[in-house]
Design a protein. Structure first.
Length: 400
């Protein structure tokens, strides 16, 4: 076939599928998407009872995986491997859902052949459900890495991976069947179809099946974030990859308000007050110069250990304020700076609650220029009016 692009790098053989035919492509997409709500948790598909839902054992302190995950899917010869290798060159860790089958073969002392890959892959799905391979792979994900994951072939695998990362994209690599067949002929891999008709028959089974453990590529394609066409040269495909990566995979950074308010919320977690956790962060030229959280004074008994009788009596809000021994977060941030001889003049204070009247007077007198708050203090309008009179900017943060 003259003019057909040269063969693209492809991963090791894809698994074959279970029963199916050209006119029946298995259950609808919505039938497959079960109750998957955590990284590594499988869902039941058609023919699987709810009791089959399983959760993998994870490290107790790892939390949800929060980095970027790129799932790569497509038909044989489309160019998935070229896409994956591009991401590898950009420092992505590359994994394949078929790796779990290969390790299973090693554990059993068996050589890797296409037939054994198919047989063991189907067995693993029958035993643990259609998400078995994704469940195994999810155990390997580390929170400090970005991943490209090849051989995504079932919608349950997509949903498991989607719940393993804050930023997940599923990419479908597409090419017409004649071009893909020519590439497969060029690479000369054992087990590839030898005729176009044979490839069409194979792909009819891959598209979908009533067998819940078979591949469901049509359903996977429906879930794709984007489709990249690869019907021309490898150079043009690489250019298309570069364009998409440049537009979509840039690292996301929080804005300054989100950054400092997030730190204020962490500081608030150190509060020892039994009634409310509040904190403040003071910045100057976008640098933190002081922090403070609410609680009893330095060297005294913590509020949560009985140090403040009013708080421990759970006094009604706005009452017995003259008995409260706790300092507010803004107050502590300001006095902490004074303790260390640091000027706050011209700075900005980020606080999880709008300041009370006492803290407002301190904010004015130390020369702060701006107050950014998240929630409104119950009695805060007088304070906000005073800040406005003093020429100090106030903003309610829209950060969640």
């Amino acid at each position: 076939m003259a003019g057909v692009p040269k063969a693209l790098h492809e991963p090791l053989p894809d698994e074959s599928t279970g029963p199916g035919d050209e006119n029946s492509h298995g259950p609808k997409l919505t039938d497959w998407i079960g109750n998957i709500n955590a990284c590594g948790r499988a869902a039941s598909g058609p023919g699987r009872a709810d009791s089959s839902v399983q959760t993998i054992d994870r490290r107790p302190d790892d939390g949800d995986h929060r980095s970027m995950i790129i799932g790569v899917a497509g038909r044989n010869g489309a160019g998935k491997g070229e896409f994956v290798e591009f991401l590898r060159s950009r420092s992505y860790s590359v994994l394949s859902l078929s790796d779990g089958i290969r390790r299973e073969l090693v554990d059993r002392g068996l050589d890797e052949t296409r037939e054994r890959m198919i047989e063991v892959g189907q067995e693993m799905r029958r035993q643990s459900g259609p998400g078995a391979l994704a469940q195994r792979l999810a155990k390997e994900l580390q929170p400090d890495r970005n991943y490209a994951i090849d051989s995504v072939r079932h919608p349950v695998e997509v949903e498991i991976l989607r719940n393993c990362g804050q930023d997940f994209h599923l990419i479908w690599i597409d090419a017409n069947i004649e071009t893909r067949f020519a590439r497969m002929q060029s690479r000369g891999r054992s087990g590839d179809p030898t005729t176009l008709a044979e490839l069409e028959t194979l792909e009819a089974r891959e598209r979908g099946s009533d067998d819940p453990n078979a591949q469901q590529l049509d359903a996977v394609q429906e879930l794709a974030s984007i489709t990249l066409a690869n019907d021309s040269s490898i150079e043009e495909f690489q250019s298309a990859i570069q364009t998409w990566v440049g537009k979509n995979l840039a690292f996301s950074r929080p804005g300054w308000d989100e950054y400092f308010m997030g730190i204020a919320r962490v500081v608030a977690s150190r509060s020892n007050c039994v009634k409310r956790k509040v904190a403040a962060v003071v910045t100057l030229d976008k640098r933190i110069i002081s922090t403070g959280y609410n609680g009893t004074p330095r060297g005294t008994t913590n509020c949560n250990e009985g140090g403040c009788p009013r708080c421990n009596d759970l006094a009604v809000g706005g009452t017995r304020l003259d008995e409260c021994l706790c300092s507010h977060g803004e107050e502590n941030a300001i006095t902490q700076a004074a303790y260390h001889g640091v000027s706050l003049k011209g700075g900005t204070i980020y606080t999880t609650f709008s300041p009370c009247l006492l803290c407002t007077k301190m904010i004015i007198n130390v020369g702060l220029n701006e107050v950014v708050y998240q929630s409104e203090y119950p009695l805060g309008q007088v304070a906000l009016n005073l800040l406005a009179e003093a020429g100090i900017k106030t903003r309610k943060s829209d950060v969640d």
